[in-house]
Design a binder for this molecule. Sequence first.
Ligand code: GDP
Ligand code: MG
Length: 699
Amino acid sequence: MSKQINVALIGNPNTGKTSVFNALTGLNQKVGNYPGITVEKKEGICKLPRGVKAHIIDLPGTYSLNASSLDENVVIELLLNKNDKDFPDIAVVVSDVENLKRNLLLFTQIKDLEIPTILVINMSDRMRYKGISLDIAYLEAKLNTKIALISTRKNKGISELKELISNYKDISSTPCMNASEIDPGYFDNLRKAFPNQLLYKLWLVITQDVNFGKTDRNEMEAISSFKTKTKSDLKRLQQKETIKRYQFINEVLKGGQTIDLKNAKDLRIQFDRILTHKVWGYVIFGIILLTIFQAIYDWSSVPMDFIDSAFASLSEWVKQIMPQGAFTNLLAEGIIPGLGGIVIFIPQIAFLFLFISVLEESGYMSRVVFLMDRIMRRFGLSGKSVVPLISGTACAIPAIMATRNIESWKERLITILVTPFTTCSARLPVYLIIISLVIPEGRFIGLSYQALTLMLLYLIGFGAAIVSAYILNKILKIKSKTFFVVEMPNYKLPMFKNVALTVLEKTKSFVFGAGKIILAISIVLWFLASYGPGEEFNNAESIVKTQYASQHLSEDEIHQKIASHKLEHSFIGITGRAIEPTIRPLGYDWKIGIAIVSSFAAREVFVGTLATIYSVGNNDEDTIKNRMASEINPILGGPLFNFASGISLLLFYAFAMQCMSTLAIVKRETNSWKWPTLQLIIMSAFAYIVALIAFQFLK
Ligand code: GDP
Ligand code: MG
């Protein structure tokens, strides 16, 4: 018989929780959100010796149980609520051998909640290098726990850890410290008032601002209203608690850890001096970005061309082998091009995340945060805004969620408001296809014009974000404290497994998250484009035949004329034509109009929409790109997608706020409709004006 136990991975940020999680669960993991809030929740299953199955949760990084951010709240709420279905049978505190002292603070707090706790000391591979040696038996005895000394990088100690978890019944749950030492008199009263509750839990409930599950809410509310001390007295007691804990930890480490500095050699300081240098730091960062964009371009063009033509042939093939009819058309003209519009971006999204996760894993991203803090401050942002702005290159949604660790509300709000200017992966498809149509293929000292244009668009996005932050900083009247703490983790060679799992996870969430929307909209569009009201649509065939009766058109040409007549009078054609007057000054026709309208749900729909629109009634086996290239501007003549209209479109997409999901997240994070509404109106109006100026200037 197998039994499932709950295991919670807890620890300071950057101690390797996620690496331990990956080592334990491999591919048996899923990523979701905690109910009601946007903190990421990672869980997975691990099979242990003797038929034990462990359900493992990778909790957000936290320095202590004294919560100061939403992420940290998640941890406390789980640990204080025995009724939560994820309440751990066993807590695994992951620490890093180089920062044991700081890491143990959290460990002692969790022990004091009388939860059976295992201590993982990770990064053992760094010990020799740092001259650290540990007396594990001594530490186990003093801390009253079992210790697994592991290195996820070298894959050492993982099976011992599994062994410890599977023997969860032997893990002690006695506390490290006696909570009442904090203030004996006060704690005596507490104990008398709530005799069946754990003392340290009472203390946390009183001092922390936490939500509880429905079940013991009444009791918890009674506890938190037990305020016989003032707020500032409680604060003082909390400080006293921290000091007591560090005294205990120092005592333990004095006997259990020796650091021989003579053996420690460190290149890192030299390295950091260059990477965070006032000049070289930016130069290196710039070169790294340039390399990344060039690589995204060069490496993914082959697989993308292949995918593009594969989907075109697939449509063609389906039309040949299936009987003619509405269903075949839906498949060949709606669903397959729609799917193609998703799959084609997998190579680029995967490469982008590959680079981002390598930069994060290696520890370089923290240097960028440090480096950029100097500049960001001037614009009313924090060094920590760099992470949202850079993650915004993937998607604004996680990026806006990542602002949660910015402590100052004003800086956080500004970051939330400007992040959607960063070029997200949904803009990428639009940029790529338009660039390939309107920017020539040549090279300039080895860098292609197309890649440079792409990089320029990214810079425009960042620029817009920074300039608007500057303006917001001047006009927003919000007082809030600013402070800056950033940890500089050691440089590490990125671990293949961590990088691969991130790339896989992000690509999957693009395909299934954005993909669902793209596919659904493609199908709706196909219907709207294939059916229409009234005579003009229904009698298209006879109307066109009479109209061109005198000319000698070939079968194919007639067919083409009928198809475009139908499209023009279909539901979607009517909508597109209705808005055409407003977008004509930007150089667009009604077909692009349809794509823009549908992109207000999600930008990535643009290419899929055009693919669907140009596929309807089209018989050739041809790629989306070729079809777009051969479109003619109905008024001005010449190709519809030329330099002027192309640049205008690029700029429109760079600035417009076209993403319902982002608006929803902004509403959730700012708790008001005011900010997302302003974002939508201001960004889109600005986009329109810039696109208008660009087209009028360039045409
Ligand atoms: P988390 O923030 O606690 O989830 O930590 P991660 O699992 O993301 O790891 C943080 C960093 O530590 C990454 O750069 C990892 O590559 C690195 N890391 C994880 N485990 C080890 C290890 O055993 N040895 C070394 N040297 N580095 C590690
Ligand atoms: Mg992690």
